[in-house]
Design a protein. Structure first.
Length: 401
């Protein structure tokens, strides 16, 4: 790998960390927001869902436009700007409804991120896609790692969650400039937009394996977004951790996940078309680990459960993207990623709300059982995807015999 590709891989992986950073910026301080605005579990779910709603609504249209115009660099730079700028205004929010509005706007920025970023990074090392996507998602995990610890520390140091998050608008501005000057836009498609849209949509929705992958990923993100919403509340309310200590636990979760992501990515490259077996096994094991949060009663048991979930769950998105980008042509790659993430964010919109109702009616811990069931359902879909992949491999082998 030459120096240029190394730097591009670093720049895009770090930009993924920044995207994750803004996506989960408020998660570490949710207990403080709950206290300041006197929120119920349902309102907490709505706050997290405001970000996911706009992410879901705009993800697929933005991805298609990026493919059609070839302006992947522009979309990526604007994504960082639109995510970061609403953070400036958190310090001036006096009502809960304005938090919802700012979250919705920031989610629009995130909607423009993954399709062009994945399209750009898969062009760097196409022969080592599992490893490349693993590094890329590892960069996202670094954002997950840094966010709880940094936001928790700044909140304690500045004695204000508003002041802490306001400082953190700067990285978004810097990385938007880096992306703009480092990468180039591609040429646009010559065919009319309506014809291009019909061709793209038809190719994607007729792809059976891609549709199974979308359903699987939707179940996965439902469980993950619910976990990230209510785990800080479990740590602070049920086990008595402070906000800063809870932040360190969340950071540890993502440290383990980042290491597992890179290792699983390299291992999956060796198996090539058999990546789907990793998805099957890890999804079912994650369902079992997540369900244990309903029963754990001691801090050591809690930490073991959180570590197991982080190790098993975090590598799965990398495998999903690696498989997904292999199922479509390059000119449809951004749109396929947009479809996967658009459906994911649609589920993410509902996940915290449903979990909030479950927690409100039956207790916080029961919400984790609900999310474990989502992973179990995803595991069943993963079995269908794996069988479909084996059937296709057998067909290709028979055709070349």
């Amino acid at each position: 790998m030459d120096a240029t590709k190394k730097f591009n891989l670093f720049a895009l992986s770090a930009s993924h960390g920044l995207n994750s950073f803004y996506m989960y910026l408020l998660i570490p301080v949710l207990p403080l927001i709950v206290k300041e605005f006197d929120l119920s579990y349902v309102q907490v779910g709505l706050l997290v869902s405001s970000y996911s709603l706009s992410n879901s609504l705009f993800q697929f249209p933005f991805s298609f436009l990026a493919d059609y115009t070839g302006r992947w660099r522009t979309a990526l730079a604007l994504s960082h700007l639109v995510q970061a700028l609403p953070v400036l205004f958190y310090a001036y929010v006096g009502e809960y409804r304005f938090l919802l509005v700012l979250g919705f706007i920031s989610g629009m920025g995130s909607a423009a991120y993954h399709p062009p970023a994945v399209s750009l990074i898969t062009r760097e090392l196409p022969a080592r896609r599992g490893f490349t996507i693993g590094i890329f998602n590892g960069g996202g995990d670094v954002g997950h790692i840094v966010t709880p610890a940094l936001v928790g520390w700044l909140t304690a140091y500045l004695m204000s969650w508003q002041a802490a998050v306001q400082v953190l608008v700067l990285p978004g501005l810097v990385w938007a400039a880096l992306v703009w000057f480092r990468f180039q836009d591609q040429g646009s498609q010559r065919q009319p937009m309506r014809q291009a849209a019909r061709s793209t949509f038809g190719a994607l929705f007729r792809n059976r394996r891609l549709m199974l992958l979308v359903i699987l990923s939707t179940f996965r993100i439902t469980g993950f977004r619910g976990l990230m919403t209510f785990l800080p509340l479990l740590l602070t309310q049920a086990f008595g951790f402070g906000v800063q200590d809870a932040g360190w636990i969340l950071s540890g979760y993502f440290v383990l996940g980042a290491a597992a992501t890179v290792a699983v990515g390299q291992w999956s490259d060796r198996l090539g078309g058999n990546r789907t077996i990793f998805i099957v096994v890890m999804t079912f094991l994650c369902a079992a680990a997540l369900s244990s949060l309903y029963w754990v009663a001691s801090v050591p048991a809690l930490l073991i459960a959180v570590a197991a979930i982080g190790t098993l769950l975090t590598p799965v998105p990398s495998l999903v993207l690696a498989v997904g980008t292999e199922l479509v042509e390059e000119r449809q790659r951004s749109s396929s990623v947009g479809l996967i993430y658009g459906m994911n964010e649609g589920a993410s919109t509902l996940s915290p709300i449903i979990g909030g109702f479950v927690a409100q009616a039956f207790g916080l811990r029961l919400a984790f059982l609900f999310y474990a069931l989502m992973f179990a359902a995803g595991g069943l879909v993963a079995i269908l995807l794996h069988r479909e992949s084996l059937r296709r491999q057998a067909g290709l082998a028979g055709g070349t015999a």
